[in-house]
Structure formats: C-alpha cells, structure tokens
Design a protein around this ligand. Sequence first.
Ligand SMILES: Nc1ncnc2c1ncn2[C@@H]1O[C@H](COP(=O)(O)OP(=O)(O)OP(=O)(O)O)[C@@H](O)[C@H]1O
Ligand SMILES: [Mg+2]
Length: 474
Amino acid sequence: MIWYLIAIIASGLFLKILLKTSLLQIVKKWWRFLEDGCYVYQFYRVPQFNHNMQENQLYRKVCTYLNSLPCVEDSDFTNLISGDKSNEISLVLDSNQIVVDKFLSARVFWINEKDEFTGLKSLVMKIRKKDKRRILQPYLQYIHSVFDEIEQRKKEVRLFVNVDNEPQRNGRWRSVPFTHPATFDTVVMDTDLKDKVKSDLESFQKSKQYYHRLGKVWKRSYLLNGPSGTGKSTFIAGIANLLNYDVYDVDLSKVTDDSDLRMLLLQTTSKSLIVIEDLDSYLGTKSTAPSLSGILNFMDGLFSCCGEERIMIFTINNKDQIDPTVLRPGRIDVHIHFPLCNFNSFKTLANSHLGLKDHKLFPQVEEIFQTGAALSPAEIGEIMISNRSSPTRALKTVISALQINTESRAATRHARRLSESGSVRTAEETGESGIFCRENLREFKKLYGLLRVRSCRKDSSYEFDTSDEYLVMR
Ligand SMILES: Nc1ncnc2c1ncn2[C@@H]1O[C@H](COP(=O)(O)OP(=O)(O)OP(=O)(O)O)[C@@H](O)[C@H]1O
Ligand SMILES: [Mg+2]
C-alpha cells in the first residue's frame, strides 16, 4: 500500500517537472527524432533567389503563409516585427527553425535554412514519401490561395463613384479611400442571420473552382430590403471591410442609357462590391435611362461576367413597390430583410451605445415593443447618442418615443377607419405624419424638452429643438 502511494506521488512529481520545465520539449524532440528514423522522407527546397539571382515568388508566398500559421508561436525562436498598421505585431520565423504544418491529415515540416557562407536563405519542405503524391499539388495550391487572401486583407479598400459621362473625362469612375468604420460586429441584426451571411460570403470567396466547374460566373448578388435607417448601407460597409473589397457605388441618375451602364460595369475590377442603392425609388420614377431591362441585364446579363469574384448589392425600402421581374427566383441569390427595431436589437444598441447589459427600465421597454411600437435602429441609436451621458435619461426618452409612436399608429389607424367611413380626414390628408402626431409630440417635448433628435426617415422627419417652442414636422 505504502509503495503504491509513493509510486503515485513520484509519478505526479515527474509529470509536474515535465510540464513546468523544458523536459517536455526535449522528450518531444527525441520522439520526433525516433519517428523520423522510421519513415522515408522527401525534401523540396524553395530558394529565395533563382539562378539569375531574381527573387523567387514562391519563396515570398511560402514565407507569408508560414508566418501566418499559429504554430509559428511554438517554434523555439521567433522574431517580433512591427506590422503595417500601428499596434500590429507580426511573428516572423527565425533561421534554422522548424515549423510543423498539417494538411489533409499529413504532417509537413518546413525548415527555414540560411547558408552560413553565402547568407542565402531557403525554405526546405519535408514530407513523408507516402504522402507526397496525395498532398503535394493541393498543398502548394492551398499556399497560393492563403497568400492571395492575406494580400487581399492588406490592400487599401477604395470607394468608387461614377461621374457624368463627358467625352474629355478619363474613365467614368472616381475613387477615394474607403474609411467607413462599420464592421460586421457593429451591425445590429439577428445573430443567426448575421452568422449565415458571414459564412455565405466566406464560402463564396473560396468557391472559384466550384463556380467554374458548374460553368457559372463567380459572382453573388444580395438584395437588402427594409425601411429607412435599419442599417442597409452600414451593412454594405461591413461587408466591404470584412472582405477588403473595393466598393463601386452606382449612381443611376448619372447613367445616360443602357449601354452606358454596361460600360460602367466593364470598367469595374474583380474583388469588388457593386452597389445600387434605393433601386425601388429609382424604378418608381419611371425614368428611361437606364431602363428596367438595362438594369436586369446589369444584374445577370452577359456583361456581368467581366471581371470575376464580384458581389452585387441592391437596396430597396419596400419589396411591394418593385417590379416582380427584379425579384424573380434565380435573379438575386440572397434576400435579406432589415426590420425595424425589436426588443433584442434595442438591447444590443443599449449595450453598444450606453454600455448597458441590463437596467430596471428594460421590462418597460420590452412591454412597449410588444404593443407593436416601431422605430428604426437609426432613430433609437440617435436618442441614445444624444443622451449617452445619462443612460437612465436615454432609456426614458426611448420609452417616450416608443409610446408616442404606438399612440400615433393607433390614432392613424383609427382616423383611417373613420376616413373610410367618410367622416374624418386622415393624418396624411391633414398634413400630419402617421408616425408622430402634433399633440403627442408636444407632450413628448414637455417631458424631455432638452432633446434634439433628427430622423433620416423619408416618409416623415421630426426634430426637437431646445430653442423652439414647437416641434417642426416635415
Ligand atoms: N442595424 C443597424 N446596426 C447598426 N447601426 C445601425 C443599424 N441601423 C441603423 N444604424 C445606424 O443608423 C444610421 C443609418 O443607417 P443606414 O444608413 O445604414 O440605414 P439604411 O437602411 O441604409 O437607410 P436608407 O434606406 O435611408 O438608406 C447609421 O449611422 C447606422 O450607424
Ligand atoms: Mg442606405
């Protein structure tokens, strides 16, 4: 019994020493040495320069790939180098270090060699002979694609806008650096939906071979549909920042005809987002330049194949207002609805804008949302920003805005019913918006007079001003 106890304590101590000291590393090295002796390996050298002393591009690609691997941290010696962006630090493998990578369940060893006399560097790849045929080609292709992805991430994103079609102008697009701060994380939307869109975009990026095998153009189109101020444009900025794609924002009012639209498309590059905002309002104007068929051709006609890896995004405020041919199955790959705020999105906004995870007023807010109050995330976000110094005041103001919204909607519904029966004119007929009626807003102003809110709603905008006695409605 006593020996049994001593054996347990001794093995516990041994394990502790093994884990806390470099002994484990030494054991691992011995094990690798033993393993190496049991297999036949094949070696491939990737020199930094070719015979004419020109840089070997493959060396640069493999270096970038290896330095991006998390296992670089595990090598015995790694250099820390400041990156392109401030506060970015990159890990760079030191000479004569070994990195062990895994690909299709085969182990690939990379040794970073430096010639002692010439100082020339090379990377030596070591793989088991039995894995060679199976993994070599796909592994090298994989390195190429990871390198392209890393380069793409480093690229400066630009925003292009189309200018008037004048003969003396050189090209139709003008660009500025795209510096919109929105990211996928800052956009408030259903988490499952956000994750689905994110993985859809990421799998699109990796699907070149797949699209080609199917004989399809490597492009994807999205329709973002929702009322004003629900985050459609912000979402587009988030996508651009996620993929590091340039954004081509097509201003249809500057397009002279269908062939001009085709010309614009031809002058875009691959790895880009091509955006047409407010398509419904454009088509609603019955403008002839460009025509509906011109736009449909732009979406999926032959010209849309020029330049690959592109994402087309169209935004609309109301699906009912748009020609059904635009929405027919197969024309647009993904339809995303952007709803007005609900209690969940309110909580996300309260967390990001006011730092509130919970608050005693939350149940009250939830109750009002259940009555059907509808404000956009832009409207609620603005109230929170204006009152960010006092979260409680911000929440009270949100509650009042939601209450007024509910009452106004009820009043409008009531007035509409009466109007249908022919006795009273509706709010629209009297010039008052259906969202906030004058009576309610005066009440709101009395309660929270120190607030100034301006909405970007297209159907109604409202404004509270500290100096004005009355509310201005347009
Ligand atoms: N879902 C959201 N997530 C994060 N911010 C949002 C969201 N919705 C609106 N906002 C904020 O509200 C403002 C307006 O949003 P945005 O311009 O994206 O709306 P939109 O849907 O494009 O409106 P419109 O149809 O009028 O173009 C932005 O400053 C944005 O930060
Ligand atoms: Mg927008």
